[in-house]
Design a protein around this ligand. Structure first.
Ligand SMILES: *Cc1c(COP(=O)(O)O)cnc(C)c1O
Length: 478
């Protein structure tokens, strides 16, 4: 059986376009934003010594790249809903921006649903996945008319009790148990993963087919095989297993009961350079080769990308407070540590980040590279965002930038040492003054002035911290 869409085969023969110009533009905007953030006082003593910068153009570009990649392989008129995994950047203006780019929301908690609703994401463009939905969540989701992917048999029974209408958009998450990727904690298709119905367990597949036969309102099938560290082959194999199961269920039902396949997210991000690899385009073409039937127009599709949409757009910019040395090791003590880069600090091998060195004015530092630790402000020894890393030697008053932190970093802060959540500032660059910017940054101020910051989240204040730490209940335990 070969349902390959003609566009898919044509696209798969074409070589990948070089991404270098795109990567260069991204890096140039980032440098300008850092310069501007320092010039405009976003990280000075009066505010906070750490701030998060989000490149609006990069968000728009990656959303467009995703849509274009799938448009190139889907059949004419095939319905594709791209949703953004809200957990990757749980910020209302970001969700709003993505909505404006044609991207809906994948939510996994009442909080995430509330954020999506606050951003104006319509129920028709919202999908609820979560391994632990409460009865109240399920009722609300059905009342709102958002799509729900049930995780397990008990949850399906709860849905039974709610007597869903045939128009409800309900599915089941399955785990094809294909094995893990490079990062255990991100691998959702292992034999013992907590997510979905484990398809290869004894009797499970037959049970799933029966579950659909007994529930005419069950019209979707969902699979998300993992995040970061999954190879394209593994991702495509998961999608293929899902597609094959849908075909089997529909054959058993004698009708096209499953009309929508939700293929999850999980495209990995290359944290080692500014080059986007793999691209959405490469993944879509890979899917078109591996699961051609997905793109012949019989199924509506849903995707749920998070990291690959947003990581590139974000930079954490922190002042270097002190530069010291211990046991022969240079150490830059900065204001970016576990509170903004929790995964990198606690699982440094799985989540290395690039660090870029900027001087006190926010210009790229070009001093000779020296091995040094880049430490954060938290009071535990492991609070390092980079160990023994070769970088221009950072001095007190310089700045360190953590790159590719637009997803799962500053948007997922960790409460430690009562450190405030940093402000998040979107930025846009006006193109005009670029020509005037000289190599030594002498008139970089002009370029910096053409960077406009759009506050997304105010820095948390000390009053906020006291308030959320029981400040109003001072005497509660007396
Ligand atoms: C986290 C998650 C995603 C997004 O994963 P990324 O790696 O950020 O693309 C998509 N779907 C589900 C169900 C998830 O849990």
């Amino acid at each position: 059986m070969d349902h390959a869409h003609p566009a898919a085969s044509a696209a798969s023969a074409a070589p990948e376009a070089p991404a270098t110009a795109h990567a260069g533009a991204l890096a140039a905007r980032r440098d300008r934003a850092v310069r501007a953030a320092v010039a405009q006082g976003l990280v000075d003593d009066a505010r906070q010594p750490v701030a998060a910068l989000l490149d609006v153009a990069s968000v728009r570009e990656s959303a467009a790249a995703l849509r274009t990649a799938f448009a190139a392989v889907t059949a004419d008129g095939q319905d594709v809903l791209h949703t953004f995994a809200v957990k990757a950047a749980a910020l209302v203006p970001v969700l709003r921006l993505l909505t404006d780019c044609g991207i809906g929301a994948e939510v996994a908690s009442p909080g995430e649903l509330a954020l999506a609703r606050a951003a104006g994401v319509s129920p028709a463009r919202t999908v609820l996945d979560s391994p632990a939905k409460t009865g109240a969540e399920l009722s609300e989701a059905l009342a709102l008319g958002i799509a729900v992917n049930a995780d397990n048999p008990q949850e399906l029974s709860r849905l039974d009790a709610l007597r869903p209408s045939p128009a409800a958009r309900l599915g089941l998450r399955v785990n094809p148990q294909l094995g893990g990727g490079a990062i255990d904690a991100m691998s959702t298709a292992t034999a013992t993963s907590k997510f979905g119905v484990a398809l290869r367990d004894e009797g499970a597949r037959d049970w799933v087919v029966r579950a659909y036969r007994e529930r005419p309102w069950l019209t979707r099938l969902h699979c998300h095989v993992g995040s970061q560290g999954m190879a394209l082959d593994a991702m495509a194999a998961g999608v293929r297993a899902t597609y094959e199961l849908a075909e089997e269920i529909n054959a058993a039902a004698g009708r096209r009961q499953i009309d929508t396949l939700d293929i999850g997210g999980g495209l990995p991000v290359n944290f080692a350079s500014d080059e986007t690899s793999p691209t959405f385009d490469a993944y879509a073409r890979h899917l078109a080769r591996t699961v051609p039937g997905l793109f012949d127009g019989r199924y509506a599709l849903v995707t749920e990308f998070g990291r690959a949409l947003l990581a590139r757009a974000g930079t954490v910019l922190a002042r270097v407070e002190y530069a010291k040395s211990a046991g022969g090791r240079a150490i830059a003590v900065t204001h970016a540590g576990a509170q903004v880069a929790v995964r990198t600090v606690f699982a440094p091998d799985a989540w290395p980040l690039r660090v870029r060195a900027y001087d006190a004015q926010g210009r790229p530092k070009d001093a000779p590279a020296v091995r040094q630790d880049i430490a954060g402000p938290c009071c535990f020894a492991g609070d390092l965002v980079a160990r023994d890393r070769e970088l221009p030697l950072l001095a007190a008053g310089d700045h360190a930038a953590l790159l590719d932190t637009g997803a799962y970093y500053f948007s997922n802060p960790f409460g430690y040492n009562s450190l405030p959540r940093p402000g998040v500032y979107g930025f846009t660059c006006d193109d005009a003054p670029r020509e005037r910017e000289s190599a030594n940054g002498q008139d970089g101020g002009a370029a910096a002035a053409a960077v406009r910051f759009l506050p997304v989240r105010e820095p948390q204040t000390l009053d906020d911290i006291v308030a959320e730490s029981g400040g109003a209940r001072r005497d509660a335990l007396l």
